[in-house]
Design a protein around this ligand. Structure first.
Ligand code: AMP
Length: 580
């Protein structure tokens, strides 16, 4: 039985370490001493959660309840807790200050179970129940333990690293060598439950990755498309026959059907079943296979009859975002009708299709999905001719769609989970308008606004992901393109992610320091024209000391469907600047 204090002390140490290698080494060392279940629980805890992304792990305790629980645990007034909170800005620090020294006695398992009980407390009296459960465990905790228990409960652990660090640590801890990290990362794209993966590795070592295959009910990471510079490049990249599919601008959904149970997962692997009852009902009618996993896109869409003709209307992504809600789902189902366009099938009745070529998957998709009502299959053209693809693109854009995705039909055209693959290429309308590109950037800071924008932000400091370092490096300052509505929404979002110092996984040049630091959490899509060298930014800086910058950036939209680690990478922008 491992004591929780050991984990709490490690958290404390990790907060101070900046070296990637050192963090991974420390975590690996810690994992080595644990049994399988402890490994599983701690893997979630390191990421500030009590389960994988695809199950709801919200504990349901906000500041107000936490203040109450802390006051009760340490027999001080709520006002006293609030005063200290106002000063420190962190309820974990408050607990550390006011709790008394005691012998550490809690185990990792006990703390983990208690967090689970807090989450489970529901219904009438649940607030009192949750408060009591928290206050009770705080009474048994040392100051260090209490600090981290409170941060975990509030979902504010913020150790400054993501799942990739853990995967590297698993490799060292359970296989004795970091060289298996690549294989483990690949397994994680298919077995996205980090706790289960950790436990299997702890118990079976290197033999474990092979046992992971897609299972209905557990989402796999989405396959993504590369960008190309021109139709000529497309021709060079995919020789011979290729398929150009319409590109729908909505929300990615992975549908999992297991008998009667149907679930939908987002690109962030979150369970979005409840948001789309209409899609789930329609899939129930159109998809009869007992066990199946489908990949597709939900779009805001209506089909009308006009003078005997069928007219389709595709609405922009912004409209679909009205469906991102927990309440009034039925009302918005009417207000914002949607359709789903399936473009892939990943699993069928016990068999993984990830290693089947795309033409075979497409034909299975057509066999097992009946097109009716709001269920569609992505429309496409199959051809060798780039001219025909260009024509298809023009027609697609005319219909109001955003572009096309061109897919390889080769023998090796597998479903590459979690990869921006060289088997799929996107071509969007913006590209044809003079090399303008869109980027998914992470907000890492904001500057005060002046004049008309006083009281709001003036510009956002935005970053790309350096995959090797798992660090966010700044690329540009975005100050245009915001409507007033956007600005209000962004201000609200920013306020929940303000941090007092530069997060460990963010790199900013001295001359670029924002007025407010924002932890990497918000992803925005930005249109820009050109990548240039820039001494002011850290993107791709490496040893040369000169980073890359995006010129003439313009805000397009907030990407709630993207997590910071899904952002555009340094590698991608380097490629855009220099070509392949
Ligand atoms: P982007 O978001 O610009 O990187 O484009 C990739 C996204 O396009 C995917 O993640 C899907 O959500 C979406 N998409 C829409 N239609 C298709 C399609 N026919 N094939 C693949 N992806 C598609």
């Amino acid at each position: 039985m491992t004591r929780f204090i050991e984990l709490a002390e490690l958290f404390e140490e990790l907060e101070k370490i900046t070296s990637h290698k050192e963090i991974v080494r420390k975590i690996a060392e810690f994992f080595r001493g644990l049994d399988g279940n402890e490994v599983k629980d701690s893997a979630y805890l390191f990421l500030g959660s009590i389960g994988p992304a695809f199950v709801n792990t919200t504990l349901g305790i906000k500041d107000r309840l936490a203040v109450r629980a802390i006051a009760a645990a340490y027999e001080v007034s709520e006002d006293e807790v609030k005063r200290r909170y106002a000063r420190t800005g962190d309820l974990g620090d408050v607990v550390f200050e006011i709790s008394k020294k005691r012998e550490a006695s809690l185990s990792i398992e006990e703390v983990f179970q208690r967090l689970g009980q807090i989450k489970e407390a529901s219904g009438k009296g649940s607030q009192e129940g949750k408060t009591w459960l928290l206050s009770d465990i705080l009474q048994k905790a040392t100051p260090e333990e209490g600090k981290y228990i409170v941060r975990l409960v509030l979902g504010r652990l913020r150790l400054g690293f993501g799942d990739q660090f853990l995967l590297e640590a698993f490799s060292i801890a359970f296989t004795g060598d970091k060289k298996h990290a690549g294989k483990i990362k690949e397994s994680y794209s298919v077995c996205t439950d980090i706790g289960e993966l950790a436990k299997a590795l702890a118990e079976h070592g290197t033999r474990a990755p092979g046992i992971f295959s897609i299972k209905p009910g557990i989402p796999v990471k989405s396959m993504l498309a590369q960008r190309v510079e021109s139709f000529e490049e497309l021709e060079a990249r995919i020789q011979g026959k290729k398929a150009a599919e319409e590109k729908y601008d909505g929300e990615r959904i992975q549908i999992h059907k297991k008998g009667d149970e149907i679930k939908g997962f987002s690109r962030r692997l979150e369970d979005i079943t409840a948001q789309y009852p209409d899609v789930i009902e329609a899939v129930r009618k159109s998809v009869l296979a007992d066990q199946i996993v489908l990949d597709g896109e939900i779009v805001a869409y209506v089909e009308l009859e006009k003078d005997g003709n069928r007219i389709e209307e595709f609405y922009p992504f912004q409209k679909l975002m009205q469906r991102r809600r927990k309440y009034e789902i039925e009302k918005y189902r009417e207000k914002c009708p949607v359709a789903v366009f399936f473009f892939d099938i990943l699993y069928l009745n016990g068999e993984s299709l990830l290693k089947k070529p795309y033409p075979e998957r497409r034909s299975l998709l057509e066999t097992h999905v009946v097109v009716r009502g709001i269920v569609h299959i992505a429309r496409r053209t199959v051809t060798e001719s780039i001219g025909e693809i260009e024509e298809f693109f023009d027609e697609t854009v005319e219909k109001g769609l955003e572009g096309i995705v061109v897919k390889s039909m080769g023998d090796d055209s597998y479903y590459e989970a979690g990869k921006r693959s060289w088997l799929w290429f996107k071509w969007k309308q913006e590209y044809s308008e003079g090399m303008r590109e869109t980027f998914d950037l992470v907000v890492v800071g904001s500057y005060y606004g002046r004049g008309r924008r006083k009281g709001s932000f003036g510009a956002l400091l935005c970053a790309v992901l350096n995959e090797e370092e798992q660090r966010f490096e700044t690329l540009t300052k975005v100050g245009t393109g915001f409507t007033e509505i956007n600005a209000v929404e962004i201000n609200n979002l920013l306020s929940t992610h303000v941090v007092s110092e530069i997060p460990k996984n963010v790199s900013i040049k001295k001359g670029m320091m924002p007025d407010i630091f924002i932890e990497p959490a918000i992803v925005i899509e930005v249109l820009g024209s050109e990548i240039t060298n820039s001494p002011g930014h850290t993107a791709g800086e490496g040893e040369e000391g000169t980073g890359l910058a995006l010129r003439f950036p313009r805000f397009l939209r907030i990407r709630y469907d993207r997590a910071p680690y899904d952002a555009t990478t340094v590698k991608e922008i380097r490629y855009l600047k220099n070509g392949a």
